[in-house]
Design a protein around this ligand. Structure first.
Ligand SMILES: Cc1cc2nc3c(=O)[nH]c(=O)nc-3n(C[C@H](O)[C@H](O)[C@H](O)COP(=O)(O)OP(=O)(O)OC[C@H]3O[C@@H](n4cnc5c(N)ncnc54)[C@H](O)[C@@H]3O)c2cc1C
Length: 422
C-alpha cells in the first residue's frame, strides 16, 4: 500500500515532533514515523534551556511542560575531584521565562508526539523506516511495523530526517558501521530518588575520561547522565568483578567526583540504568545530496556537557520549518521542483551553521577540558577565584537569548510581544 504526504518526518524525538507540529499547524499533510512505543525513557540529562520555553508555548505544550517539569535551574556547578564550585546561571534577559527546567524524556517526547497527532500529523508508531529511495520527484520510505512484519510505503516531496545520531541509519549495512575506538564516548543515565542535590542546581561533572551532569527533575527524581570513553570504561571493568557496564562506569564517576558520591549517599535507584552511543559530536549534514533535510542531532551534535541538545533539536526544526513555510508560501509543497527544494536546503544549511556551529565548537572545548584531569586541575584555581567564568561559559553555550537578528530570536520576540499584549 502507498500513501502520499507533503512531508515525511523520520523520528519523533524533540526535533522530529517539532517539525511535524509546525508543518501540520501550517496545513501540510505530514507523516511522523517513530519506531519506539511511547512513553519511552532515553539517555539524556533532560535539562531544557529557558530559550525553548516560548517555543514550547507556541507548539502548544508549554502549560503541560510547566505543570510537571522540575524546579527552575538558577545555578550552575562544577563537581571535579573533591571540589564543588557553584555560580549563578545567566537568566534569559527578556520574556516570561528566565530559567530552564528539567523534564524526563518519557514525558517531554510523549507530550510533543501527542500534540503532533492533535494538530493533524499522521503518526506511524511503532513503525521503523527501513529503506528509502527516490520515486521520480518524490522520496519513498519503506516502513516495517516494529517487531512485526506489516509493511507500508510512504511518499512525499519533502523528507526530514530526525532519527538522531546514535543508531544506524535506515539502509545502513553492518559493514558500514564505524569500528570501535578507545576514544568513543558511551552514554549512561541513572535515575534516583532522595538524592542530596540542591533544587535548581545544575552541576557539570568533570572526571578522567568523561563528563556529565546531575539535576533534580520532575516527580522528585534526580537524573545522573554522563559520557565515558570506551577505553576508560574498559580499564575500570578490568579492575573490578564482572558486572554491568553502567555500574562500573558509576564506580569510576563516584571515585573521581566527590559531589556525585555525596549526592547519592542515601539515594535509591528509581529506574533501570540506560546506555546509548557512541555519541557522534560534530557538525554533520543539515542538507544532504539526496535532497533530504536533517534536524536535531542528525544535523549536528554538541558534546552534551552543556545540555544543549534538546534546544538545538527544537531550534533547528524551527529554523527548517521557517524556511520551508516562507519559501513555499502560497504553494503546495507537492508543486515544488527539486531545484526549489535544493535552494531551500542550501539556505537552511547556511543558516544552520550560523546558529549552531559555534555552540558545537564551544561544547567540544569544554568537553575536552573536562575529560583531562590535568587541564581541569590547572583551571580549578582560576574557577575557584572567578566562579563567574562558569556563568560566562553557560552564556557562550547558548543558554540565554539568541542574537536579535536570528529568526529564532525574532520568533521568541513575537511570542513575547503577543504574551505581553494579552
Ligand atoms: C549523557 C547525555 C546527556 C544529555 N543531556 C542533555 C541535557 O541535559 N539537555 C539537552 O538539551 N540535551 C541533552 N542531551 C542531548 C539530547 O539527548 C539530544 O541532543 C536529543 O535527544 C536530540 O534530539 P533528536 O530529536 O535529534 O533525536 P532523538 O531524541 O535521538 O530522537 C530520534 C528518534 O528517532 C527514532 N528513530 C531512529 N531511527 C528510526 C527509524 N529508522 N525509523 C523511525 N524512527 C526512528 C528514535 O526511536 C528516536 O525516538 C544529552 C545527551 C547525552 C548523551
Amino acid at each position: 500500500m502507498i500513501t502520499d504526504f507533503d512531508a515525511i518526518v523520520i523520528g519523533a524525538g524533540p526535533a522530529g515532533a517539532t517539525t511535524a507540529i509546525r508543518l501540520a499547524q501550517a496545513g501540510w499533510a505530514v507523516a511522523l514515523v517513530e519506531k519506539r512505543d511511547y512513553p519511552r525513557r532515553k539517555v539524556c540529562g533532560e535539562c531544557i534551556a529557558a530559550t525553548n520555553l516560548p517555543l514550547l508555548d507556541a507548539l502548544g505544550i508549554g502549560e503541560a511542560f510547566r505543570d510537571i517539569a522540575g524546579p527552575e535551574l538558577r545555578r550552575v556547578g562544577l563537581f571535579v575531584g573533591k571540589r564543588t564550585i557553584v555560580a549563578p546561571l545567566p537568566p534569559l534577559d527578556a520574556g516570561p521565562y528566565r530559567w530552564g527546567r528539567a523534564l524526563g524524556r518519557e514525558h517531554l517526547d510523549t507530550l510533543l508526539l501527542g500534540r503532533a497527532a492533535q494538530v493533524g500529523a499522521s503518526v506511524w508508531q511503532p513503525w521503523t523506516v527501513k529503506h528509502e529511495q527516490r520515486d521520480g520527484a518524490l522520496h519513498a520510505c519503506d516502513l516495517v511495523r516494529t517487531g512485526g512484519s506489516d509493511t507500508m510505503r510512504l511518499r512525499a516531496p519533502i523528507l526530514v530526517r530526525a532519527h538522531g545520531s546514535w543508531e544506524p541509519e535506515p539502509d545502513a549495512q553492518a559493514a558500514e558501521r564505524a569500528p570501535h575506538r578507545g576514544s568513543d564516548l558511551l552514554a549512561f543515565k541513572g535515575t534516583y530518588r532522595d538524592a542530596r542535590i540542591e533544587p535548581g542546581l545544575l552541576p557539570v561533572l568533570a572526571f578522567s575520561g568523561g563528563y556529565g551532569g546531575m539535576v533534580l527533575g520532575d516527580h522528585g527524581l534526580t537524573t545522573l547522565a554522563f559520557c565515558i570513553r570506551r577505553d576508560t570504561l574498559r580499564a575500570q571493568r578490568s579492575r573490578g568483578p564482572a558486572g554491568k557496564a553502567a555500574l562500573a562506569a558509576l564506580d569510576h564517576v563516584q571515585a573521581h567526583c566527590a559531589g556525585v558520591r555525596d549526592a547519592l549517599a542515601d539515594a535509591t535507584q528509581a529506574e533501570d540504568w540506560l546506555a546509548a552511543g557512541p555519541i557522534q559530536p560534530g557538525v554533520h549534514a543539515p542538507w544532504r545530496a539526496d535532497g533530504s533535510f536533517a534536524v536535531g542531532n542528525l544535523a549536528g551534535e554538541a558534546h552534551p556537557i552543556l545540555g544543549e541538545g534538546i534546544s538545538m533539536a527544537i531550534q533547528s526544526a524551527w529554523l527548517l520549518c521557517d524556511r520551508l513555510l516562507a519559501q513555499g508560501a502560497g504553494q503546495s509543497p507537492r508543486q515544488s521542483s527539486p531545484a526549489r527544494i535544493e535552494a531551500i536546503g542550501r539556505d537552511y544549511a547556511r543558516r544552520w551553521r550560523g546558529h549552531f556551529a559555534s555552540r558545537i565548537r564551544i561544547a567540544a572545548v569544554c568537553a575536552n577540558l573536562a575529560m583531562r584531569p590535568q587541564a581541569a586541575g590547572a583551571l580549578l584555581p582560576v574557577l575557584q577565584r572567578f566562579p563567574g567564568l562558569l556563568t560566562l561559559c553557560a552564556r557562550a553555550a547558548g543558554k540565554v537569548r539568541q542574537p536579535p537578528d536570528s529568526p529564532i530570536g525574532r520568533i521568541t520576540d513575537t511570542i513575547h510581544n503577543g504574551a505581553q499584549q494579552r
